[in-house]
Every structure is written in C-alpha cells, then in structure tokens.
Design a protein around this ligand. Structure first.
Ligand SMILES: [Zn+2]
Length: 442
C-alpha cells in the first residue's frame, strides 16, 4: 500500500482546514445555506466567511433563500440592509445568487469548479497543499497531529475515536493480527486481504462511496459514521447505504452544534440563578407517568412554540412532541392552547394515570375548583371535555427549573424557528444529556 494511516490522518485534520480554503460556497436558490452559520459571503480579504452580526438578536435558522426577492430573482437589497453591515451588503450584492440551481461548493483550484473528493487524503497529495503546508508531508511523528485533534470542534466521542485511530488503537484485522491473535485477515466487507485503518475508513468500497457523496467539510463525522457502519455490518449484519452514512453524519453534526448553543445558553442562565435554591425535575410515583408541558410565546411574531415530554417514574422518556401555533396574542391564550393540545395528545395516545406538570397555576386551580374561577369557565369546560378521554390524571404546578426539557423544546420553535410539528418516541437527540441527568436526579 505504501501509505501509512498516520499520513491519512494528518490529511484529515489539515484537509478540514484546506477544504475551507479551497472551497468556495456558491449560493444557488439559497435553501441549503444558513445565513449566520455557513461561510457564504465572499470577502476579498478574508475569503469565505459568515456575515458579521449587526443586530443584537438574530434568527439562527434564517436561510439565504429568505434574502432573495423571487420576483426580481436576485438579492432583496432592503432585507440585506436591515440585517448586515454596509460592507457585507456590498460583498453580497457583488455575487448574485443562481436561483435555478441548488447551493453547492465550487473548488477554486480547478477550472470547472467540480471537486472530485474521493477521500480527504487526496487533498494532501495535491501540490498546492504541499506548498501551503510543507510540514504536513515531512512530519516524522504523529504527535503534533494528535495534539491537534483535541482542538477540532467536534463531539468528544469523535475526538477520542480520531485519537485512537492515529494511535493504531482501533480493532481492525491488521492490528489484531499484529498483536498475535488469529483471525480472518480479510476485510469482511469487501473480501480484500489485509484490513488496515486506512482501508476501513477510506479505501473499502462502502467508505469510498460515502466519501464520493460527501459534500460537507466535516470529515471527522463521516469517518465516525463509516466506522459505525462497518461495525454494524460486522456485528449485526446490517448494511448501510453510502448516502445513509452521509445523511447521518450531517444530521448528527447539526444536532451536535445545536446542542452546543443550548448548552451555552444554559450556562449563561445558571449564573443568574446560582444564588437561588435550585429546583429539579421530579419523577411521578410508581405506576404513573408525568407529562411535562411547556410553551414559549414570541409576542412579536405571535408565534407560540409548545412541547410536551412523557416520562415514567424512572425518568425514562417515552415520547415527546413539539408544535407551532400562529396568531396567539396573549399569555392567557397561549397557556390555554398549550394545555388543550397536551390534553388532546395524551387522550389520543391513550395514556392513563398521567400527571400534567407545567406553569399553569391558574388553570390548574380552576380545573380543581371551577366555582372559584368563573372567568375561566369556558377554558375549564373545554379542557374537561378533552380530559374525559384520559382515564386518570393529576395536575401539578411546577417551576421553570422543574420543567426544563419541555421548555427547551418549546423554545426551539420560537428561537430557532424549528416550525415542523411532530410526535416522536424517546427524547430529542440534542437534549440527550439533559434528560439523562434529570433521570439521575442531577
Ligand atoms: Zn474492505
């Protein structure tokens, strides 16, 4: 073979940096480009970058397609001027979108602009790269590269995996045999003899096909999912389509970045409530379920984000759901719509013995003692009609701290514009840690 795995890994890490330099994002219809996250503005001095943030509040999920005036088929100057600093407006105006095609990368270093990425290590072979990074090819040891791994902005499990791969510490056939164990030396996926790390992650047919499809400069996530797919085949007999590998890599990378945003926000909040006594999520009694219900109303757009999360007494999330309502004018209306929706959901899912928990003090009191709350007469009657479909239920008023999981999901509607409604089993991936911690009483 003649190419050492460490050579490949150096290339993966530098490749990431180089891809960013060599690739130019070309805006097409703008629907795959996130305004504040992707590097889509061509700055003659700095190269491709995200636009500078001008306003204190901005919509993280805004797409570049929202900046295009469909009737004139080009940038909407007024919208640009509202959102960006004047210099950025000019840079953007200088590169009109090609609205008949999808957004895509152009490779700056060849004439057609088509990039043929078979694998990340191809990059390191390129002469230009030698010129820019003479050290890449002459480094005698992998140590400096290994240190660099800890700086890659990615999930810890992936950093660990990259580090192990560079240290020849992942169980591929070659290495197992080297350690004196007798196993089939062939690659179990393609039958080729001698499975090395390089082979498993870059050269084996499924890996090659996945790399050919990869259009995002996030090689570490792709490497990780190629490895997972190999193991899934070896141990479970499940074969992944190459496009499935790419899809999962893209999705999990996206979720991970979103989770970082949430974590940052939670850290900020923690500081302000540190002095107060911290309340925690509490499980229901055995045999019962708890349905945490939360909402957030964006008064400007009158958008209401709502969510519920159903957990058992061990804290295991059974299902959760999210929905967006439009045209909700007041907090009172928001509370009522949210609770009605949650009650309807529990009834249609045939859950019984369920404790509704949330920031609904008045409505809960009114449901318990209707004669004291004539003003909420209508609300009580509507809710009771729905709750008739739930065999046994309780109501529990809880503070915000006790209701965090559902609250964060509701906020993803109003703050990140995740407007798609759904019901799903278990918890959302990006809140994995929060729910696990809460189930353990942390
Ligand atoms: Zn193979």
């Amino acid at each position: 073979m003649g190419v050492r795995p460490s050579f490949v890994w150096r290339s993966v890490l530098y490749g990431r940096e180089l891809l960013e330099k060599g690739l130019k994002w070309k805006v097409g219809d703008g629907r795959k480009t996130r305004v504040w996250i992707d590097k889509w503005v061509y700055d003659p001095e700095l190269g491709m970058r995200a636009p500078w943030i001008r306003n204190a509040t901005f919509d993280v999920n805004l797409l570049v397609s929202d900046l295009i005036d469909v009737s004139t088929r080009t940038w909407d100057r007024d919208v640009l001027q509202d959102l960006f600093v004047p210099a950025d407006v000019e840079f953007i105006m200088a590169n009109p979108p090609s609205i008949m095609r999808e957004d895509s990368y152009l490779w700056k270093y060849n004439r057609s602009g088509n990039l043929t990425v078979k694998s990340a290590y191809w990059l390191a072979r390129d002469r230009k790269i030698k010129a820019e990074h003479p050290t890449v090819l002459s480094l005698p040891s992998t140590n400096p590269v290994k240190e660099k791994i800890w700086l890659v902005p990615t999930a810890p499990k992936i950093r660990t995996f990259l580090w192990k791969s560079l240290s020849d510490a992942i169980p591929v056939a070659d290495l197992i045999i080297k350690r004196g164990m007798k196993i089939d030396e062939r690659c179990q996926l393609c039958g080729l003899s001698g499975e090395s790390i390089l082979h498993a992650l870059f050269e084996c047919d499924p890996a090659r096909q996945a790399w050919a499809l990869a259009d995002i400069p996030q090689p570490e996530w792709i490497v990780w999912f190629i490895w997972k797919s190999r193991n899934d085949f070896l141990f479970n007999g499940i074969q992944w389509e190459p496009k499935e590998i790419i899809h999962k890599a893209r999705q999990e990378a996206g979720d991970w970045f979103l989770a970082q945003l949430v974590e940052e926000e939670m850290l900020n909040k923690k500081e302000t409530i540190a002095t107060k006594e911290k309340r925690k999520w509490k499980p229901p009694k055995q045999g019962w379920l708890i349905c945490n219900v939360a909402f957030e109303l964006d008064k400007g757009s009158k958008t209401l984000g709502v969510a519920w999360v159903v957990r058992d007494f061990r804290g295991v999330v059974l299902t959760h759901s999210r929905r967006a309502f439009s045209n909700i004018g007041s907090l009172e209306e928001a509370r009522f719509s949210t609770l009605l929706w949650a009650a309807e959901s529990m009834s249609s899912l045939h859950y019984s013995k369920i404790t509704f928990a949330g920031d609904f003090k008045e409505i809960f009191l009114a449901l318990q003692k209707p004669h004291r709350w004539p003003a909420l007469d209508y609300h009580v009657r509507e809710l009771k009609r729905i709750l008739n479909g739930v065999e046994e239920y309780q109501l529990r008023y809880v503070s915000k701290e006790e209701n965090r999981g559902a609250a964060l999901i509701a906020q993803s509607v109003t703050r990140q514009r995740r407007l798609r409604s759904y019901v799903a089993t278990s918890h959302p991936n990006w809140l994995f840690e929060l729910f696990v911690n809460e189930s353990r009483g942390l």
